[in-house]
Design a protein around this ligand. Structure first.
Ligand code: HEC
Length: 125
Protein backbone atom coordinates (compact mmCIF):
# COMPACT_ATOMS: atom_id res chain seq x y z
CA UNK A 1 0.00 0.00 0.00
CA UNK A 2 2.76 2.39 0.98
CA UNK A 3 4.56 1.53 -2.24
CA UNK A 4 1.53 2.31 -4.34
CA UNK A 5 1.10 5.69 -2.73
CA UNK A 6 4.76 6.47 -3.22
CA UNK A 7 4.54 5.29 -6.83
CA UNK A 8 1.63 7.49 -7.66
CA UNK A 9 3.30 10.41 -5.96
CA UNK A 10 6.36 9.94 -8.12
CA UNK A 11 4.17 9.55 -11.19
CA UNK A 12 2.22 12.70 -10.50
CA UNK A 13 5.45 14.60 -9.81
CA UNK A 14 6.76 13.39 -13.15
CA UNK A 15 3.57 14.49 -14.87
CA UNK A 16 3.88 17.89 -13.26
CA UNK A 17 7.47 18.16 -14.41
CA UNK A 18 6.56 17.06 -17.91
CA UNK A 19 3.65 19.41 -18.23
CA UNK A 20 5.79 22.32 -17.12
CA UNK A 21 8.11 21.58 -20.05
CA UNK A 22 5.33 22.25 -22.52
CA UNK A 23 4.90 25.62 -21.03
CA UNK A 24 7.52 26.92 -23.30
CA UNK A 25 10.75 28.36 -22.24
CA UNK A 26 14.37 27.42 -22.28
CA UNK A 27 14.47 27.71 -18.51
CA UNK A 28 12.26 24.64 -18.07
CA UNK A 29 13.64 22.71 -20.98
CA UNK A 30 17.34 23.20 -20.36
CA UNK A 31 17.57 23.94 -16.68
CA UNK A 32 21.33 23.65 -16.36
CA UNK A 33 22.35 25.83 -19.26
CA UNK A 34 21.34 28.81 -21.32
CA UNK A 35 21.10 32.44 -20.45
CA UNK A 36 17.95 32.19 -18.36
CA UNK A 37 19.41 29.69 -15.95
CA UNK A 38 22.98 30.45 -15.11
CA UNK A 39 23.82 27.87 -12.49
CA UNK A 40 27.56 28.28 -13.02
CA UNK A 41 28.15 31.83 -11.90
CA UNK A 42 27.25 31.46 -8.22
CA UNK A 43 28.10 33.28 -5.04
CA UNK A 44 26.87 32.77 -1.51
CA UNK A 45 25.43 36.25 -1.07
CA UNK A 46 23.92 36.77 -4.52
CA UNK A 47 22.79 33.26 -5.42
CA UNK A 48 22.47 31.01 -2.41
CA UNK A 49 21.06 33.39 0.20
CA UNK A 50 17.94 34.21 -1.89
CA UNK A 51 17.22 30.50 -2.45
CA UNK A 52 17.52 29.47 1.19
CA UNK A 53 15.75 32.58 2.44
CA UNK A 54 12.76 31.77 0.24
CA UNK A 55 12.69 28.02 0.84
CA UNK A 56 14.46 27.00 4.02
CA UNK A 57 15.11 29.63 6.62
CA UNK A 58 11.57 29.77 7.96
CA UNK A 59 12.36 26.44 9.65
CA UNK A 60 16.14 26.72 9.77
CA UNK A 61 16.53 30.16 11.30
CA UNK A 62 18.97 30.60 14.14
CA UNK A 63 16.00 30.75 16.51
CA UNK A 64 14.10 27.71 15.25
CA UNK A 65 16.86 25.51 13.74
CA UNK A 66 14.74 22.43 12.96
CA UNK A 67 16.81 19.25 12.92
CA UNK A 68 19.63 21.32 14.42
CA UNK A 69 20.28 22.80 10.99
CA UNK A 70 20.65 26.53 10.38
CA UNK A 71 20.41 27.77 6.82
CA UNK A 72 20.06 31.41 7.77
CA UNK A 73 23.78 31.95 8.34
CA UNK A 74 26.81 31.08 6.26
CA UNK A 75 28.31 29.15 9.18
CA UNK A 76 25.24 26.97 9.51
CA UNK A 77 24.70 26.42 5.81
CA UNK A 78 28.34 25.70 5.01
CA UNK A 79 28.38 23.06 7.75
CA UNK A 80 25.65 21.04 6.05
CA UNK A 81 27.08 21.87 2.63
CA UNK A 82 30.37 20.27 3.62
CA UNK A 83 29.03 17.23 5.44
CA UNK A 84 26.78 16.15 2.55
CA UNK A 85 23.47 16.81 4.27
CA UNK A 86 22.57 19.88 2.23
CA UNK A 87 22.83 18.11 -1.10
CA UNK A 88 21.30 14.89 0.23
CA UNK A 89 18.33 16.83 1.59
CA UNK A 90 17.58 19.11 -1.36
CA UNK A 91 18.22 16.43 -3.98
CA UNK A 92 15.95 14.00 -2.09
CA UNK A 93 18.59 11.32 -1.85
CA UNK A 94 18.06 8.06 0.01
CA UNK A 95 19.02 8.30 3.67
CA UNK A 96 18.20 12.02 3.95
CA UNK A 97 14.98 13.75 4.86
CA UNK A 98 13.51 15.47 1.78
CA UNK A 99 13.85 19.25 1.89
CA UNK A 100 12.04 21.58 1.93
CA UNK A 101 10.28 19.40 4.50
CA UNK A 102 6.71 18.80 3.31
CA UNK A 103 7.21 21.04 0.26
CA UNK A 104 8.08 20.54 -3.38
CA UNK A 105 11.56 19.89 -4.61
CA UNK A 106 13.54 22.96 -5.61
CA UNK A 107 13.72 23.82 -9.31
CA UNK A 108 16.50 22.08 -11.24
CA UNK A 109 18.15 25.44 -11.84
CA UNK A 110 18.33 26.19 -8.12
CA UNK A 111 19.61 22.69 -7.42
CA UNK A 112 22.34 23.29 -10.00
CA UNK A 113 23.34 26.52 -8.28
CA UNK A 114 23.50 24.84 -4.89
CA UNK A 115 25.50 21.97 -6.33
CA UNK A 116 28.03 24.31 -7.90
CA UNK A 117 28.41 26.31 -4.70
CA UNK A 118 29.00 23.08 -2.74
CA UNK A 119 31.52 21.91 -5.33
CA UNK A 120 33.44 25.15 -4.90
CA UNK A 121 33.75 24.38 -1.18
CA UNK A 122 30.77 26.49 -0.05
CA UNK A 123 32.71 29.79 0.07
CA UNK A 124 31.47 32.86 1.94
CA UNK A 125 31.53 35.12 -1.09
C1 HEC B 1 8.69 23.30 7.10
C2 HEC B 1 9.97 23.33 7.75
C3 HEC B 1 11.20 23.05 6.94
C4 HEC B 1 11.59 23.64 5.75
C5 HEC B 1 10.85 24.69 4.92
C6 HEC B 1 12.90 23.09 5.45
N1 HEC B 1 13.28 22.21 6.42
FE1 HEC B 1 15.05 21.23 6.51
N2 HEC B 1 14.41 20.22 8.15
C7 HEC B 1 13.19 20.40 8.78
C8 HEC B 1 13.06 19.43 9.83
C9 HEC B 1 11.84 19.29 10.77
C10 HEC B 1 14.24 18.66 9.83
C11 HEC B 1 14.58 17.47 10.72
C12 HEC B 1 14.02 16.26 10.03
C13 HEC B 1 14.29 14.99 10.75
O1 HEC B 1 15.38 14.84 11.31
O2 HEC B 1 13.40 14.14 10.71
C14 HEC B 1 15.06 19.19 8.78
C15 HEC B 1 16.31 18.69 8.46
C16 HEC B 1 17.15 19.24 7.51
C17 HEC B 1 18.50 18.81 7.22
C18 HEC B 1 19.20 17.64 7.88
C19 HEC B 1 18.78 16.44 7.04
C20 HEC B 1 19.34 15.14 7.49
O3 HEC B 1 19.07 14.14 6.81
O4 HEC B 1 20.04 15.10 8.51
C21 HEC B 1 18.99 19.62 6.24
C22 HEC B 1 20.36 19.58 5.60
C23 HEC B 1 17.94 20.55 5.90
N3 HEC B 1 16.84 20.30 6.68
C24 HEC B 1 18.05 21.49 4.92
C25 HEC B 1 16.98 22.23 4.43
C26 HEC B 1 17.06 23.07 3.27
C27 HEC B 1 18.32 23.32 2.47
C28 HEC B 1 15.82 23.60 3.08
C29 HEC B 1 15.37 24.48 1.96
C30 HEC B 1 15.57 24.00 0.64
C31 HEC B 1 14.97 23.10 4.16
N4 HEC B 1 15.71 22.27 4.95
C32 HEC B 1 13.63 23.45 4.34
C33 HEC B 1 12.25 21.34 8.46
C34 HEC B 1 12.26 22.15 7.34
Amino acid sequence: MKKIIKGSFILSSLLLLLSSCYNDNEYDLYPFSGTQCDSTNVSYSKTIVPIVTANCSVCHSTARHDGNVITETWAGLSTVANNGKLWGGVNWEAGYVNMPNGGSKLLPCDLGKIKNWINQGAPNN
